[in-house]
Design a protein around this ligand. Structure first.
Ligand code: PEP
Length: 259
């Protein structure tokens, strides 16, 4: 049984006041989440404030990226050690917006992944194809290339510490989500690759999240698909009641699969 994981990616949203209010509302709405893990990823400037709001409660803190070195002359960057220091336990890596806007390469994402693991941060490695790649029948080769490059040379045990997120680029922020069947097919393919790159046991244990226009009204169906182990939620994580509803649906599915 893989415990569902719901990760809120707040992207570049939120003043300190807004971040505190949103984190507080999520915390108060999810006092004792059962059968589900929840992570909030605010912007760097709000990490300390959100860490304070979440305190020692069950909702965990994550960042949206990190640098691959522990410290140094890298203006504007934030290291994994700094993220741990502020209370992060998770970090998103390889998000398509960073691949596209910042030009992050598979090689750089691999270095970040290694650095995050070395600092005991749990990486969520994002992979996904563009609309054009899907049209051309290149979905599997695209995500396979991203996965192989991201995990290249990692020890089998290290691969066991990673969460994957399948995020088709055409579904991010568009309001058009992949169907449970479309996502399930890619998740199954990724799990098969994990078997080869690590082991069957690790592949079975690894959580593969779906991301792309997840909302309260589609989360239940998506997370009910056996290959989908939770969601990476962008836009809908900025609204506390909507995000709480997504978490509750995942918890219901998680609890039901234990029965
Ligand atoms: C994301 O940015 O990871 C994401 C899935 O965004 P949205 O939910 O807004 O599509």
């Amino acid at each position: 049984m893989r415990t569902p994981l719901i990760v809120g990616n707040w992207k570049m949203h939120g003043t300190l006041g807004e971040a505190r209010a949103l984190a507080g509302a999520v915390r108060d709405g999810l006092k004792r989440p059962r059968g589900v893990e929840v992570v909030l990823c605010p912007s760097f400037t709000a990490l300390a404030a959100v860490a304070e709001v979440l305190g020692t409660g069950p909702i965990q803190l994550g960042a949206q990226t990190c640098h691959h070195e522990a410290a140094g002359a890298h203006t504007g960057e934030v290291s994994p050690a700094m993220l741990v220091d502020v209370g992060c336990r998770w970090v998103l890596l390889g998000h398509s917006e960073r691949r596209k806007e910042i030009g992050e390469s598979d090689g750089l994402i691999y270095q970040k992944l290694r650095a995050a693991l070395a600092h005991k941060l749990r990486p969520v490695l994002c992979v996904g194809e563009t609309a054009e790649e899907r049209r051309q029948g290149l979905t599997f080769p695209t995500v396979e290339g991203q996965l192989r490059a991201g995990l290249a040379g990692l020890a089998v045990d290290a691969i066991g510490g990673i969460v994957l997120a399948y995020e088709p680029v055409w579904a991010i922020g568009t309001g058009v989500n992949a169907t449970p069947g479309q996502a399930g097919e890619v998740h199954g393919y990724l799990r098969g690759l994990l078997s080869e790159l690590a082991s069957k046991e690790i592949a079975q244990k690894t959580r593969i999240l779906y991301g792309g226009s997840v909302k309260a009204d589609n989360a239940g169906d998506l997370v009910a698909e056996p290959e989908i182990d939770g969601a990476l939620v962008g836009g809908a994580s900025l609204n506390a009641p909507g995000f709480i509803a997504i978490v509750k649906q995942a918890a219901r599915v998680g609890a039901a699969s234990k029965e």
